[in-house]
Every structure is written in structure tokens, then in C-alpha cells.
Ligand binder design. Structure first.
Ligand SMILES: [Fe+2]
Length: 252
């Protein structure tokens, strides 16, 4: 059984289409999405339509929650200053450019999803099982916290998103996976990221896949919609940075 996991599409239609095409060529039994369909990118409505059309099982990300309920904040840990401004512009623009039908779809997304494949139990959450929408399970997470997260669930494999950084980690007999981000990677590789997991006779194999896409086209749409150009820079470089006055500190 081959499963594809993708997440953090962030309204980037070109990246989503490139990933779906690649998945189509490789052949999988089922596709799952870890949430954050919208936000930052210029195509929130079309991305949601595509996910619905393809019947991709999707859980809720913090951005889906914020846009679905027209909230004032996505709950992201922005640094004060320009990063917060860009986040606010992006969230407001996305709320204005999504239909009520799309908002209703985003509101109905489940916060977690459990299923079993050949006796291997999976749990899907956008953040972590202890804070489904907002906790960042990064590769640098405190080991005690990671142990707590792993031991808080009965499933064998936890798949999460939210950090935009791919991860494969064994923790106390459990596997913690993150497919990275389709539409806004932050690990200094601008190519779209997703993951294929193969379950065969009780063994599990996880492979991170990177797919180039037409980032120029996405950036043109960001410009045409008068969205902040910092959103385009992140896509071109594949990483975010602190945009405070007098400093450009790249975050990985
Ligand atoms: Fe995200």
C-alpha cells in the first residue's frame, strides 16, 4: 500500500498541480493532506476546488481555521514588525478572496484523522497531537517534548505539517513524519515537497520527494494581486527571514 502525504499548500496552485502530476506518475493508493490549503499564496479558491475535485482527505490547518472563521490572526508565531504586517495583509486578502462555500468547507475540516493500513496505525494532525493547530514539531524540538508528543497517542505513526520542513524521526518506537510544504517550503530548497509512505508486510518506508514547479508564474500572480513582495521572496528562496529594520536573518 502506497500513500502520499502533502500539506501546507498555501494557495500555490502551480506547486499543487506539479505535486499532483508527480504523484500521478508514481502511482499511489491514497492521497492525504495535512492542512493549510490557503494563506500567503494567490490562489486560495482554486486550490480548495482542486482538493475537493480530487477527493483528497484533508485535515484542518491553522490558516484554514483562520480563513474559514474569518479570524483576525492565524496564530502564527510572527516576529513583531514587518513579518506581522505581511501576515495580516495575507490573511485579510485571503478572507476577501474566498467564497462562503470555500469558508464552509474549511470550517468543516477535521482537526485530526486516524486510520490503519496493514495493522500500522496512522494519526494525522497539522501541528501536534497535543496542540492540533499551532504546535511546531521541528527537527530541533526539545527531546522531552517530542517524547511527550509521541507517548500521548496510541498510533504508531504521527504525520504532521505546519513547520514547512520535511522530517523523518524515530521517537520511542514511533515514527514522526512531516512531508514539508507544497507551496511555501522553508528549508532553503524552493521546490515543492511531499512524501510517499509505503507499508508492506508490517514494514514502513518513508521517502521525501521534491518537485520543481513554475515559481515565476506564482510570483507574477502575487505581483498582479498587489500582495506583499516578501511573499514572493520566500517562494523564490525557499526560506523565510526576519524582516525587522536593519536585519535580514534567515530562519531554517
Ligand atoms: Fe503552514
Amino acid at each position: 500500500m502506497r500513500l502520499a502525504f502533502l500539506g501546507d499548500v498555501h494557495a500555490n496552485l502551480e506547486a499543487l498541480n506539479a505535486v499532483l502530476e508527480d504523484i500521478g506518475k508514481k502511482g499511489v493508493d491514497e492521497i492525504f493532506c495535512l492542512g493549510d490549503l490557503v494563506g500567503y499564496g494567490p490562489d486560495p479558491e482554486n486550490v480548495v476546488q482542486e482538493i475537493k475535485k480530487k477527493n483528497i482527505k484533508t485535515i484542518m490547518g491553522n490558516y484554514d481555521d483562520a480563513v474559514g472563521y474569518s479570524k483576525q490572526s492565524c496564530g502564527c508565531s510572527y516576529s513583531p514588525g514587518r513579518e506581522t504586517e505581511v501576515g495580516d495583509v495575507s490573511l485579510n486578502w485571503t478572507i476577501e478572496h474566498t467564497s462562503q462555500e470555500t469558508k464552509d468547507f474549511l470550517k468543516k475540516l477535521p482537526r485530526r484523522l486516524s486510520f490503519e493500513v496493514e495493522n500500522v496505525k496512522f494519526l494525522l494532525v497539522h501541528g501536534s497531537p497535543l496542540d492540533e493547530l499551532l504546535e511546531y514539531v521541528t527537527p530541533q524540538i526539545d527531546p522531552d517534548r517530542l517524547q511527550k508528543i509521541a507517548q500521548s497517542t496510541s498510533e504508531d505513526i504521527i504525520v504532521n505539517g505546519h513547520t514547512h520542513i520535511p522530517m523523518v524521526k524515530w521517537v520511542f518506537g514511533k515514527l514522526v513524519l512531516n512531508p514539508g510544504s507544497v507551496g511555501r517550503p522553508k528549508d532553503a530548497d524552493p521546490r515543492a515537497s511531499y512524501m510517499i509512505v509505503e507499508v508492506k508486510k508490517g514494514t514502513v518506508q518513508a521517502q521525501i520527494v521534491r518537485v520543481p514547479y513554475d515559481v515565476k508564474r506564482t510570483i507574477e500572480k502575487i505581483a498582479k494581486n498587489n500582495l506583499p513582495m516578501e511573499l514572493a521572496t520566500v517562494l523564490a528562496l525557499g526560506q523565510t527571514f526576519d524582516m525587522g529594520p536593519g536585519k535580514v536573518n534567515f530562519f531554517l
